[in-house]
Each structure stands twice: as C-alpha cells, then as structure tokens.
Ligand binder design. Structure first.
Ligand SMILES: Nc1nc2c(ncn2[C@@H]2O[C@H](COP(=O)(O)OP(=O)(O)OP(=O)(O)O)[C@@H](O)[C@H]2O)c(=O)[nH]1
Ligand SMILES: [Mg+2]
Length: 306
C-alpha cells in the first residue's frame, strides 16, 4: 500500500507532462478513453488527477490506521528481541546484505526504491544468538515532503531498533553526501544517536577498494565488507554479537507449573537454554534482554535467580 501511495504521489506531477507529450504526438487523440468518466469540461488530465488524488487520500487514511498497529507491533517485538536495522542510501546494497545474512530472497535490484516496505527476518549469529534483522527502504537526498510521512512509517523499525547497520557504497562518487543524508533522515525520523555500525560496502569493486581506507581512518569502528561476496561479514557478525551481549543477561526464572500464561510468555520472549519441572515448579535457564528482565521484576509470580 505504501508502495502504491509513493508511486501515485510520484506519478501525480508527472501526469501533466505525460499527457501533454501524448497530446503532442497524437494531436489530442490520446485524451480519449482514459480512466474513469470525465465530467463536463474536464480534460483527461484533470480526470486522472482527480482519480489519483482520491486514491491518495484513501490510501493515506488506511496507512494511518495501519501505522498505529505497526507501531505497537514493532514496540512489542523490540521488547522481546534484539533488533538490528539495515539503513543506508538507496542502492547502497542493503537488500543484498540482508539476503546474504539471512539467506532470504528479498528483491535486490539496481534501481531506485527496490525496497519500499520493510522486511524483517531472524538472523542467526554464532553461538545460538538470534536477532531480528530488518531491511529498510533506501534513503534519498531532499526527500519530497509529502513522501516523508510514508517513509517515516516504513522506517519505524529504525526508530525502535537496538542497533543500526549503516550500509555505504563507499566507492560512490557522492559517498560523503549520501552518508550525511542518511544521518539527516535518521535525525528527522527521531532515530538520532542510535548505536550504529558503519559498513563500507562493495569493496570487491576497485573504487570502493581504494576509498575504504580513508573512511576507516575517519571511523575506526567501521567495517569494510562486500555484501555480494560475503567478505568482511564474519567481523560484522562478531561486532553485532558483542552489541547483543552487552544488552542481554543469563538468569534463571522460576514459576508455578500451572501458570500457563507466564510459561508461554517465557518460552516466546526469552531464549530458553534449559528447562526443568520439579515438584510443581518450572525452572528456566534463559538469556533475556535487560529491559524485559526489568519488566519481569514487577511480576510477583516469577522468581528471578541471577
Ligand atoms: N559489486 C558489488 N555490488 C553490490 C554489492 N552490494 C550490492 N551491490 C549491488 O548494488 C545494487 C543495489 O543493491 P541493493 O541491495 O538492491 O541496494 P539497496 O540498498 O537495497 O537499494 P534500495 O532498496 O533501492 O534502497 C545491486 O545491483 C547489487 O547487486 C557489493 O558488495 N558489491
Ligand atoms: Mg533494497
């Protein structure tokens, strides 16, 4: 839906040019048999515009409703899992990285906005650690204002993420501007100051292989990678693993075996390493996010052994 909205809003100003072009080449005959019924004195262009406008406001209404639900879902997921969000300028290689890391078949293509809706999948790091990884829409410079709302919704993941992976096409002639634009957009959507790992991508290509040293010197925690060949990804996994570990703890949780709701919550919201049921007590050795553990401290039915 957001894709359709963005496309329509993109199309709208272009309709005029398209029609005047068609009219020029066909001498006005193209204005016959277009979309919808034309009101008296309304040109085809006006009809098209009206239809597009109606559809746009309809979509905007629907998106607002979905947006509210989405915010709740994302917030909920964030509390339960460590979430990592891939951000970066359009065409930087975000979807390629997402595919390489998760083995998923997200659409990666050499065209603008190949990804307009976010995708989220589980990403298994070594040692049994799993995080939620999201691919996002490409950031662009000077995003038209009417598009900001639709992009903001898509970028909800970035706002709530525990960690951002900022993919940069480091060999691109405008890498610096692209880098700055991404930070500008992050500020704008309220994701300023999030922990971020800068990924210097496409080092399998000569321009990137040349440029990445300079960037490394400026940002010493950045990691040179090739999303396409997989180079540098072990280092990336290691860095993410360290970030996750900083936010999680291993504890033992105990509750009554008949407390089905609590047990299913523990099973779904934590990573259970071991479980035991003795004499009416359920005992779980878990790895759990610090925030979630703090929530659990308020629950009298669960005993926390640290
Ligand atoms: N040589 C090389 N090409 C890459 C690499 N990573 C991505 N590409 C290419 O760059 C182009 C864009 O990749 P995507 O993964 O679709 O980029 P994106 O950032 O998801 O783009 P949007 O979704 O449009 O914002 C594709 O042609 C990829 O094959 C890489 O490490 N090396
Ligand atoms: Mg993409």
């Amino acid at each position: 839906m957001r894709v359709e909205l963005a496309q329509l809003q993109y199309t709208y100003p272009r309709l005029a040019r398209m029609w005047s072009h068609l009219e020029r080449i066909t001498g006005g005959a193209a204005a016959v048999g277009g979309l919808g019924t034309r009101g008296p004195g309304e040109t085809q262009l006006e009809t098209d515009r009206r239809l597009v406008r109606n559809r746009v406001s309809e979509l905007q209404r629907e998106i607002r409703a979905i947006q509210a639900r989405k915010t709740r879902q994302v917030a909920d997921r964030t509390r339960r899992h460590f979430t990592v969000c891939i951000v970066g300028y359009t065409n930087a290689g975000k979807s390629t990285l997402f595919n390489t890391l998760t083995g998923a078949g997200t659409y990666a293509d050499d065209k603008l906005f190949a990804t307009l809706d976010t995708k989220t999948r589980a990403w298994k790091l070594e040692r049994g650690t799993e995080v939620m990884l999201s691919d996002t829409v490409g950031f662009v410079r000077d995003l038209p204002h009417h598009l900001v709302a639709s992009f903001r919704a898509t970028l909800e993941e970035a706002v709530h993420a525990d960690l951002l992976l900022h993919v940069l096409d480091v060999g691109h002639p405008h890498a610096r501007q692209q880098f700055d634009s991404v930070h500008h957009v992050l500020d704008e959507i309220g994701a300023k100051g999030k922990p971020e790992i800068l990924l210097l991508n496409k080092i399998d290509t000569p321009p990137a292989a040349d440029a990445f040293h300079e960037w490394r010197a400026l940002y010493d925690t950045s990691i040179p990678i090739s999303a396409r060949t997989g180079r540098g990804l072990e280092r990336l996994c290691e860095a993410v693993y360290r970030a996750v570990k900083g936010r999680q703890v291993d504890v033992t949780l105990e509750c009554g075996v008949t407390n089905g709701r609590l047990i299913s919550f523990i099973e779904s919201a934590t990573r259970v390493r071991d479980r035991e049921f003795i004499d009416g007590t359920a005992r779980f050795d878990v790895t759990i996010g610090r925030e979630l553990l703090d929530d659990l401290r308020r629950n009298k039915a669960v005993k926390i052994i640290e």
